[in-house]
Every structure is written in structure tokens, then in C-alpha cells.
Design a protein around this ligand. Structure first.
Ligand SMILES: NC(=O)c1ccc[n+]([C@@H]2O[C@H](COP(=O)([O-])OP(=O)(O)OC[C@H]3O[C@@H](n4cnc5c(N)ncnc54)[C@H](OP(=O)(O)O)[C@@H]3O)[C@@H](O)[C@H]2O)c1
Length: 261
């Protein structure tokens, strides 16, 4: 057995979730979960680039943040826009450390006969292709210690009826993260998914008002409540920090036990 003096544990660890000085992009930062993430990273000492389509909303969020921020208004489905965001961040802060692909849509559609080709394409385009194009742009400049984090969903792991496009898009993110983890691992970049359960945000308002679904969410959540966006923050800070250096291609479920029931 190795002697105790041969056990190599650093004398001190940086705090888990330490993101001081990190240059971070958050897509979907104008409201809901992304806005809360932008606040959390800014309060943690990161510089945060805010991405969504509605510039006025992004400016409002930028005005709320305690630290440096950039407003980048545009479409995550646009390849050139994603490249321009990376250029803007590198131009302003000299590099990029973390790309959080969080922008997403979830229209209430129903079964396959009520899901049109246009609705299918929009959901896959924003949720999956948008995440890929962001990761693709980020990969141009991310170096050792770089992080890509996708916002997936428990629905990508256990689909719900009426959500075929959304379920497919979020399951697709898991495959994408694993594939990119292989591609970018040699460069020292990790790629992971945070899969939220059901959280209070504008996106889920229609579901909350739905009598059966609203009740089903509560019945299927061990903790018996909807998630507070603040419940998500720790997972992202952890995945963005040195504490997660050896984790890649994984899915972190933050769901109050939703997948257990
Ligand atoms: N809330 C939940 O319970 C829950 C659970 C699981 C997963 N999620 C996932 O978490 C992420 C955030 O959800 P949320 O609840 O915070 O939703 P939300 O409140 O509707 O916010 C969505 C954000 O994405 C932006 N966005 C939408 N389409 C875009 C596009 N094409 N290009 C650029 N930005 C776009 C929106 O801004 P603009 O409209 O101005 O572009 C907004 O900032 C999504 O990926 C969602 O699928 C949410």
C-alpha cells in the first residue's frame, strides 16, 4: 500500500463554483433561467455576454448586473451571429472561457398530427442547431479549461406526450454533448448538459395553467414543488469552474427527483 506521503491531494482547493474572472456567454439571457444564470455568474465575478433576440430586454438585464457585461442581440440559429458573438467577447475581454447554450423554445403543440413541419423545424433549429452553432463558434477560441454547457431537460430523458419535437431536441443535446466532449477533450474543453426539471419561468406558464399537467408535475416531483431558478445555479457554477475539470459528456439532472417518480 502507498504511504500517506505518496497521496497527492492539493494543499488547497479553489472554492467549488469559483468563476471569478471567467468570460462567459449565456444565451437566452433576457428572461427566465438565463437571466438568473447571468446574475449568478456576474455576482460570482465573471464577465457575462448576454444573448437573445430582444435587445431592449438584454439591455435591461445588463443594467441589473454588478459586473462587466456585453449585449449581443441576435438569432442563435444564425451561424454568422454566433461567430460574431465570439469575436465581440474576444475583442472586449481578450478571450472566452465558458459558453452556456441555454436559449430554447417549447411551444404547446400536442401529438404528431398537431405538430406541423414548421413547428418541428423551429424547435429543432433553436434548441439543437442553435446550441451546436454556438458550441461550434466557441470551439474556435476555447482553450484548456474551456467549458461548454447545454441546457437540456428531463424531457430529453423521459419524454412527455405532446412534446415530440421538444423531447427530440433535448435528447439530441445529450448526444451532441457526448460527441463534442470527444472532439474537444484533447484541447482541454469539457462539454456537459444540465437537465432541469420543471422550473418557474415564462416558458412554462402555459403548462402551469394546464390543470392536468400542472398537477402531474407536482405529483412527479419528489420535493413536491416547482423548481426555483436559484436551485439551478449551483450546477452551472460547478460545471463552469475548476471543480468539474474531470467531468465531460455528462448530464446533471436538477429536477427535485422528477425522474424518480
Ligand atoms: N423552465 C423550465 O422549467 C425548463 C425546464 C427544462 C429545460 N428548460 C430549458 O431552459 C432554457 C431556458 O428556458 P426558460 O424557461 O428560461 O425560457 P424562457 O423564459 O422562455 O426564455 C427563453 C430565452 O431564450 C431566448 N430565445 C428564444 N429563442 C431564441 C432564438 N431563436 N435566438 C436567441 N435567443 C432566443 C429568449 O429571448 P428572446 O425571445 O428575446 O429571443 C429568452 O431569453 C430552455 O432551453 C428550456 O428548454 C426550461
Amino acid at each position: 500500500m502507498a504511504g500517506a506521503d505518496e497521496i497527492h491531494i492539493p494543499a488547497a482547493f479553489t472554492p467549488v463554483g469559483d468563476v471569478r474572472g471567467r468570460r462567459v456567454v449565456v444565451t437566452g439571457a433576457s428572461r427566465g433561467l438565463g437571466r438568473v444564470l447571468a446574475h449568478a455568474f456576474s455576482r460570482g465575478g465573471a464577465s457575462v455576454a448576454l444573448v437573445a433576440r430582444t435587445e431592449a430586454d438584454l439591455k435591461e438585464v445588463a443594467g441589473e448586473l454588478p459586473g462587466p457585461s456585453l449585449v449581443c442581440a441576435g438569432e442563435v440559429t444564425d451561424e454568422a451571429f454566433n461567430e460574431a458573438v465570439v469575436d465581440a467577447v474576444v475583442g472586449e475581454w481578450g478571450g472566452l472561457d465558458v459558453w452556456i447554450a441555454n436559449a430554447g423554445v417549447s411551444p404547446v403543440v400536442g401529438g404528431p398530427r398537431r405538430t406541423t413541419a414548421a413547428q418541428w423545424r423551429e424547435v429543432i433549429d433553436v434548441n439543437l442547431t442553435g446550441a451546436f452553432l454556438g458550441a461550434r463558434a466557441a470551439a474556435r477560441v476555447l482553450g484548456a479549461g474551456g467549458r461548454i454547457i447545454f441546457t437540456g431537460s428531463v424531457i430529453g430523458e423521459r419524454p412527455r406526450e405532446g412534446l415530440s419535437a421538444y423531447s427530440a431536441s433535448k435528447a439530441g443535446l445529450v448526444g451532441l454533448a457526448k460527441a463534442l466532449a470527444l472532439d474537444l477533450g484533447p484541447a482541454g474543453v469539457t462539454v456537459n448538459v444540465v437537465a432541469p426539471g420543471w422550473f418557474d419561468s415564462p416558458l412554462v406558464e402555459p403548462w402551469k395553467r394546464h390543470p392536468e399537467l400542472g398537477a402531474a408535475v407536482l405529483a412527479h416531483t419528489v420535493q413536491g414543488r416547482w423548481g426555483d431558478p436559484a436551485d439551478l445555479v449551483g450546477a452551472y457554477l460547478f460545471l463552469a469552474s475548476d471543480a468539474s475539470a474531470f467531468m465531460t459528456g455528462t448530464v446533471l439532472d436538477v429536477d427535485g427527483g422528477y425522474l424518480l417518480v
